[in-house]
Design a binder for this molecule. Structure first.
Ligand SMILES: [Zn+2]
Length: 427
């Protein structure tokens, strides 16, 4: 368990109030807004997206910025709040967040996961506290401050709120990225979610591993359970399982042996489903096994990886075949070279705030993969240091001081990105 060291944080946004013998901290309005948003039950399997859209409409009115709603699939609406720049012909800045959250096991939580309870240490508990309702409110609050300060920027800024990220994004970002309304946003650079970091550092993600979900079908000769039937499905199944799990061992070893590798640098393999058989005494005519593979962008998918799967199937025996339930092929990463103007703007601003960035490949999948797949640069970044990684976990929380610092971070970052001079490709 990671201990939060926050004693050095200055509580400059809170105010000490003594009232009728009782002492209490008056809460920063940004924190109250965050807690209000956490209470909306946008939780799968039936997220209350209407509640989120009502909330976001109110934000649009408060900010004095228009909000556009695009229904990409039935009941699945993407909302975009736009702050038009002084030179709207330039490529825009996209601040993306998803509105949905993953289910909870309420009995395993210290507090009601939809009550947004704040404890005496300022830790705010709630599903979505890290993933990623914090970022949504940080974007909104940073824009609110910049508007209130009378700033204007050359580039247009879009805050985009998408549904269904947690169920693969098929009725959210994956559909919207192909929509004419997305083209109209004229996006040049995107920010999206990242992960917490338990140390002083901040993690930024410039690529993602490719999820492949594969089922291997092993047909065999059926027969009576009392005999030595030749060419059984189970013998083939065993060879397939051995091939995949031997590879898993090797990759795990590579990760364990390297000091600089993270999960995003190796391929994970997990056997997740096995099917087959009808009775104890019947040798089945078929057995199937399914694997979840996450492959780093450095691996040649077609030549190395798919050929490897094909070879394992061939070695396992006659007629062993495979098919994919998911096979994401795009391997675009976002440049983190100092020669890249977007990266330079992002990283130098973080440096100016004394933030140390750790660049990584995201171990799982986010909506950023769809943005990168159409050739746009996207950085996955949730400004949460000194915070244990609790996304999808019980007792997900974020400390209010870390949350408030994140608003400062975006308040500095957004102007630098939105003031980026025209790039050569923009003429
Ligand atoms: Zn997320």
């Amino acid at each position: 368990m990671v201990t939060l060291k926050l004693s050095c944080v200055v509580l400059r946004d809170t105010e000490y109030v003594a009232r009728s013998g009782w002492s209490k901290w008056r809460e920063d309005p940004s924190v109250s807004l965050f807690r209000e948003y956490l209470r909306l039950k946008t939780v799968h399997p039936e997220p209350d997206y209407d509640a989120a859209l009502t909330f976001l409409s109110r934000m649009s009115v408060e900010l004095g910025l228009p909000m556009k709603k695009v229904e990409v699939c039935s009941g699945r609406v993407v909302a975009i709040i736009t702050w038009t720049g002084t030179n709207p012909a330039l490529k825009s800045i996209l601040l993306n967040s998803h509105t949905d959250v993953v289910p909870v096991y309420p009995d395993c939580w210290k507090h009601d996961p939809f009550a947004a309870v704040k404890d005496v240490d300022g830790n705010i508990y709630g599903r979505g506290a890290q993933d990623m309702k914090c970022v949504t409110i940080q974007y909104i609050e940073a824009i609110r401050r910049l508007k209130a300060a009378g700033k204007t920027f050359a580039r247009t800024i879009h805050m985009m709120f998408v549904p269904d990220e947690e169920v693969g994004g098929h009725k959210g970002m994956e559909s919207f990225i192909k929509h004419p309304e997305f083209q109209k946003l004229n996006v040049g650079f995107a920010l999206d979610e990242g992960l917490a970091n338990p140390t002083e550092d901040f993690t930024v993600f410039y690529g993602e591993r490719n999820p492949w979900w594969v089922t291997i079908r092993c047909p065999g000769s059926p027969g009576h359970g009392s005999r030595f039937v030749e060419n059984t499905a189970a013998e083939k199944l065993r060879r397939v399982i051995n091939s995949f799990l031997d590879f898993r061992e090797k990759e795990k070893h590579r990760l364990d042996m390297s000091e600089c590798f993270t999960l995003g640098d190796v391929t994970t393999v997990n056997m997740t489903m096995v099917n087959g058989g009808v009775a104890y005494n019947v040798v089945p005519a078929e057995m199937d096994v399914s694997f979840d593979l996450r492959i780093p962008p450095t691996v040649n998918l077609q030549v190395c990886f798919e050929e490897q799967i094909e070879a394992w199937c061939k070695e396992a025996g006659e007629d062993v075949s495979y098919n994919f339930a998911q096979k994401f092929m795009h391997q675009n990463t976002t440049s983190t070279e100092d020669s890249d103007p977007w990266w330079r703007a992002f990283s130098s601003t973080c440096k100016a705030m004394s933030m140390t960035l750790k660049k990584e490949i995201f171990p799982a999948a986010t909506d950023s993969r769809f943005i990168r797949a159409v050739g746009l640069p996207a950085i996955g970044f949730s400004p949460m240091n000194l915070t244990p990684i609790l996304l999808h976990d019980h007792n997900e929380f974020l400390n209010e001081q870390v949350f408030l610092r994140g608003i400062d971070v975006y308040e500095r970052l957004v102007p630098v990105l939105a003031c980026m001079p025209p790039l050569t490709i923009e003429g």
